[in-house]
Design a protein. Structure first.
Ligand code: GDP
Ligand code: MG
Length: 670
């Protein structure tokens, strides 16, 4: 079996190619930092495995996800490297390519984004380029459509057979001498190629240094490093060894490009540039983003989502329930079984499923915004804002992913290099309003804000962001003192999203919701129904005397100042910790209404528009769901920070809901 390592810069089409070559459906997004873990797939012809590594600009890792790739090269078995180069950004991409060539494994280069390069008038002489890159086989491809990918795959076997010569760049006498003395010490050991290791070491690669420290004493290495650095900085204009090595490689790249790249026409990207000037404008950027979000919610609720939801509701609560009733009677099901199924499962699961249209429409639109390239612009706009308050600009990406589900959002924080900033992002990402919460909003806005659904939901999303930013400011100036970070958001080209990609990424985001409905919410509904059916005095008790009412009642007094001090809200919020959709299930079960219209009628006895809003605010902020808590624990590796993220959320939710309720009353809302 051969193992093919897929390596390249971020956002160059690695995952697109991976999906084509392995027939998988991994997340493709038009921005950096989408793939944070390596993904392994089986090649379609079953000849071996393909490993999709997170994107990196250099083998010298800056952040955890970048470390994944270097770690892979250092410690895993693989037979060839498939390096993806974005032809339209070839200069920057070659930096990694040189380091991979120095490694000396057989290498195949996929020259991707040929369509983009061509439209920009960039012509690459790939035969010449191949000669300059140690004869590596180069195949021009368009990963997005699959063009050329078959040719590429067909070459794996023959490239694997080749014995590759490592690329040997002359780094000048001082460094070469140092490299030689280091390679002499490690030659013959069971290690990756010695020259490559030495160069990486002098470049400051921590993973390589750690590896070498297992064989050579720490002091010896440190001395060698500092002596060499001293000489280099004295003899050359470079400020550090890393700087020097980078300079040599960059010159090398220029000499390659001079020989094989020509620009046939001077393309002016005026349209894209002008668009960027507007959407990333200091003053207009945020309002334009808000407008986009507003339209998104308008579509999600008013224009498309709610009518679809109503249809689904009449199907579930009408046709489906009737059929089930007939079927249950036909099999002479006991009244207990009938109640479990109709009042527990259909109410609980059906109540949540009714909102599937909204959720998928929202995900579809978010995928569209992502894949078009606009989201990266938003990240750039937010970057300026975020740095002001002590968050890394990259923190916005986990947050956007968190809109889908907080779990992958928290994981996406791995792209952030600075440990403190990463921790802060992990802790704040759960404040992003996820799709599970959307189902609760859908229920409430449909009941209490029929004519302003989009605005109300938008306000909650914005509130999540604002609270996160506010807390970031507070936490970063108290808990996490930190050094400044550097981050350049990269602007990918605008692209017209493809249906296939959109469909996939919508499904990727939404499938968790559907799956949860079938498992967690299903089980939860049965339990909740049972708790509402049984009480201290036996079974089939009036709902107010049930265990559920007792448990919920414990919280009612605490919630009273927020405007919703009834046991029903207490019970719903408690179960909502399992998964926030469960709030909807619980309410459907408790209020036992035959359909959505009836449910809305009953709910208006318990909530007013003001208390409904206060409830939604509380639900947005109060605590990350169980799955998110688990991933926070995993990512931070610390119980302290896990408890902290639950604790601060409860406190802040209580305070803000209180302010909303009391403030609202003062302003005359009710
Ligand atoms: P990764 O970050 O390297 O894994 O890149 P992805 O596979 O996630 O792709 C990044 C973006 O580039 C997505 O929007 C893809 O649809 C797009 N893309 C990938 N390959 C091509 C290509 O050959 N041409 C064009 N125009 N776009 C591409
Ligand atoms: Mg990827």
């Amino acid at each position: 079996m051969m193992n093919v390592a897929l390596a390249g810069n971020p956002n160059t089409g690695k995952t697109s190619l991976f999906n084509i070559l392995t027939g998988s459906y991994e997340y493709v997004g038009n921005w950096t930092g989408v793939t944070v873990e390596k993904k392994i797939g089986v090649l379609k012809n079953k000849a071996g495995h393909l490993i999709d590594l997170p994107g990196i600009y250099s083998l010298n890792p800056l952040s955890r996800d970048e470390g994944v790739a270097t770690h892979f090269l250092l410690s895993e078995e693989f037979s060839l490297i498939l390096n993806i180069i974005d032809a339209s950004q070839i200069e920057r991409n070659l930096y990694l390519t040189l380091q991979l060539l120095e490694y000396g494994k057989p290498m195949l280069i996929g020259l991707n984004m040929m369509d983009v390069a061509r439209s920009r008038g960039i012509v690459i002489d790939d035969t010449k380029l191949s000669q300059l890159l140690m004869g590596s086989r180069i195949v021009p491809i368009v990963a997005r459509t699959g063009k050329g990918c078959e040719v590429l795959a067909a070459d794996f076997a023959s490239v694997e057979q080749r014995t590759a010569q490592p690329l040997d760049i002359d780094y000048g006498p001082v460094l070469e001498e140092a490299v030689q003395s280091l390679t002499a010490k490690i030659e013959g050991k069971q290690l990756p190629p010695a020259r490559w290791l030495s160069l990486q070491f002098f470049e400051g690669n921590m993973l390589v240094r750690e590896l070498l420290e297992q064989h050579i004493s720490r002091e010896e290495l440190a001395d060698l490093f500092s002596e060499t650095e001293k000489k280099i900085t004295a003899q050359t204009p470079a400020k550090s060894l890393q700087h020097y090595i980078r300079g040599v490689r960059t010159d090398y790249i220029h000499s390659i490009l001079d020989q094989c790249v020509t620009k046939v026409k001077d393309v002016q990207y005026t349209f894209s540039d002008r668009l960027d000037q507007i959407v990333t404008n200091k003053f207009l950027g945020v309002p334009i983003f808000l407008l986009f979000m507003f339209l998104t919610f308008k579509l999600t609720f008013d224009w498309v989502g709610s009518p679809l939801s109503d249809m689904l509701d009449s199907f579930i609560n009408g046709t489906l329930t009737d059929m089930l009733q007939v079927a249950l009677l036909a099999v002479h099901a006991s009244p207990f079984i009938q109640a479990v199924i109709l009042k527990g499962i259909v109410a609980g699961v059906g109540g949540v499923l009714v909102f599937v249209p909204q959720i998928f429409i929202l995900f579809f639109l978010i995928s569209f915004i992502e894949d078009s390239g606009y989201m990266a612009r938003v990240a750039m706009v937010m970057d300026k804002l975020m740095e002001l308050i002590g968050l890394n600009g990259k923190a916005f990406i986990p947050m956007i992913i968190g809109f889908g589900c907080n779990v992958p959002g928290v994981m996406a924080a791995r792209t952030i290099e600075q440990p403190n900033e990463r921790l802060l992002t992990v802790i704040l990402t759960p404040l992003m309003s996820c799709s599970a919460r959307l189902s609760v909003y859908s229920l409430f806005v449909g009941t209490f804000f029929r004519h302003n659904q989009a605005v109300i939901v938008l306000s909650l999303y914005v509130m999540g962001i604002v609270v996160a930013l506010g807390l970031a400011k507070i936490f970063s100036s108290t808990l996490f003192k930190q050094s400044g970070s550097m981050f350049v958001v990269e602007l990918p080209p605008y692209r017209v999203p493809q249906w296939r990609t959109l469909g996939r990424s919508t499904w990727e985001k939404g499938k968790g919701f559907v799956r949860k409905a079938g498992t967690f919410i299903f089980g939860g509904s049965v339990v909740i129904w049972f708790l509402s059916y049984a009480g201290p005095s036996g079974f089939n008790v009036p709902m107010d005397k049930s265990f559920l009412a007792m448990i919920g009642g414990l919280f009612a007094p605490i919630l009273a100042p927020l405007g919703f001090g009834n046991w029903q809200s207490g019970a719903a919020l408690l179960t909502g910790f399992l998964a926030k959709e469960v709030v909807v299930s619980t309410m459907n079960i408790i209020y036992a209404a035959p359909d959505m219209a009836a449910l809305q009628g009953i709910m208006s006895h318990y909530f007013s528009p003001l208390t409904a809003y206060s409830f939604m605010v509380f639900l947005l902020l109060y605590v990350p769901c169980l799955a998110t808590v688990a991933v926070i624990k995993k990512e931070t590796g610390s119980s302290k920070w896990t408890w902290f993220s639950i604790g601060y959320a409860l406190v802040i939710a209580y305070i803000i809901a209180l302010v909303v309720f009391e403030g609202g009353k003062l302003l005359g809302f009710h």
